[in-house]
Design a protein around this ligand. Structure first.
Ligand SMILES: [Zn+2]
Length: 410
């Protein structure tokens, strides 16, 4: 979703003679309010039963804020058939609703590029990086490996659209995929796409978290024989105000809790090199501190026999427990509301005991001490590797074959 500086809420608050570009404060506050409303709509199942979402905020070079949102739907709401996709989104000019038709014309037409406008920002190596004009398509198709391709019928109809000062003639090939309901409600550019496969999700994550645009500027008057270049980050007035108002740059719901995986007494330690503490003081201070892993042992040790908490794997702990990362009192406590996902830090198969510990943590429930990880059926083994072998986790290289496709994928 990209902000629309002509939103009535912005225009109504302008003082006489002012233009929206004079009031970036208004634009970002209205955008923020609309974003909150959009997220609420999504959580209220406007696009299907909501399971999770995340977003990041970005600012275009000349300023307007926009947001990239990824929405995960519950299994029964996933868009599996062309009919499912068509019920939510469209890449065509509507032929009945004249209000909506005007909004599509105003917000959802890709600005002319190609031979007509070779300097358009979407042009990379002489072609439109977004693939416009898109080919006509009689029916929506859903493929495993990419975005759903929405229907674009060749109706023969042409429409005059004003983009900036330019008047252009377009047809369904130039319409950006959108949700008619969201467009009608929010009246700004909202591109909606449906993705079916985990491979496409990998790409979309990279895209959403790619970070701000960077630019390399050459100083024209520089007389040095080696030109000076500056790796610069341009902050627009909207972006500056977004930070002034302390609005979030990203959000993910539900929360993901990172779980440490470390060998005994080998956890990471944070200290201030300019502080007065000696290395020994730092070590002594950390000896008593719990990490998410040693805290898991400690919390399990406090649970009564038969408690459902003892049935949880380490990685599932955040679903029922909350981690308090306080300096001298880090601990897990019972979760009273909400839900979080636990993710262990990755251990590479060549990292030896570290990897075997990771493996054990995926199957040992309710461990109260390191020795519970070493033990199986009453026998304490000398290493995590041997404990894995005793549990049959390494019997036939099964774990290697299981870990490989994941490694390749991620
Ligand atoms: Zn283009």
């Amino acid at each position: 979703m990209t902000a629309n500086s002509d939103w009535p809420e912005v225009k109504a608050a302008l003082l006489p003679g002012q233009h929206p570009t004079d009031r970036p404060d208004l634009v970002v506050r209205v955008f923020h309010a609309k974003l909150q409303s959009l997220i609420q709509d999504i959580r209220n199942d406007t696009l299907g039963a909501w399971a999770a979402h995340l977003y990041t905020i970005e600012f275009q070079k000349r300023g307007l804020p926009h947001v990239h949102i990824i929405i995960f739907l519950q299994p029964h709401s996933k868009l599996r058939t062309p009919e499912d996709v068509d019920s939510l989104m469209s890449s065509e000019f509507p032929d009945v609703n004249s209000d909506l038709f005007e909004h599509v014309k105003k917000f959802m037409v890709h600005r002319p590029c190609g031979a007509e406008n070779p300097t358009s920002p979407c042009m990379v190596h002489g072609v439109c990086s977004k693939g416009f004009p898109k080919p006509f398509r009689e029916e929506t198709t859903v493929t495993e490996d990419s975005y759903a391709r929405t229907r674009r019928c060749n109706t023969g109809q042409l429409h005059q659209v004003k983009i900036g000062a330019q008047e252009v003639t377009v047809n369904n090939q130039w319409v950006v995929c959108h949700s008619p309901y969201l467009l009608w409600k929010y009246r700004c550019h909202i591109n909606v796409e449906s993705i079916a496969s985990v491979k496409a999700i990998k790409y979309i994550y990279k895209y959403v978290y790619k970070g701000h645009d960077r630019t390399t500027m050459a100083f024209g008057r520089c007389e040095d024989e080696i030109q000076q270049y500056l790796d610069a980050y341009y902050i627009s007035s909207c972006e500056a105000l977004w930070h002034v108002y302390l609005f979030q740059m990203q959000e993910q719901v539900p929360n993901v809790v990172h779980l440490q995986v470390h060998l005994k007494d080998q956890q990471g330690v944070v200290y201030n090199p300019e502080g007065d503490d000696s290395a020994q003081d730092v070590v002594n201070a950390c000896r008593e501190c719990l990490t998410t892993l040693t805290g898991w042992f400690a919390a399990n040790a406090l649970e009564p026999e038969g408690s459902e908490i003892l049935d949880l794997l380490y990685q599932d702990y955040p679903s029922k427990m909350v981690w308090h990362n306080e300096a001298n009192n880090a601990r897990w406590t019972n979760r009273e509301r909400g839900f979080a996902i636990g993710r262990m830090y990755y251990a590479h198969p060549t990292s030896g005991e570290h990897f075997y510990l990771h493996l054990l943590l995926t199957c040992v429930r309710g461990a109260k001490d390191w020795k519970d990880l070493y033990s199986f059926e009453g026998t304490e083994h000398p290493s995590f590797k041997e404990a894995c072998i005793a549990r049959g986790l390494l019997e036939d290289n099964q774990e290697w074959s299981l870990s490989r496709p994941t490694t390749v994928l991620w």
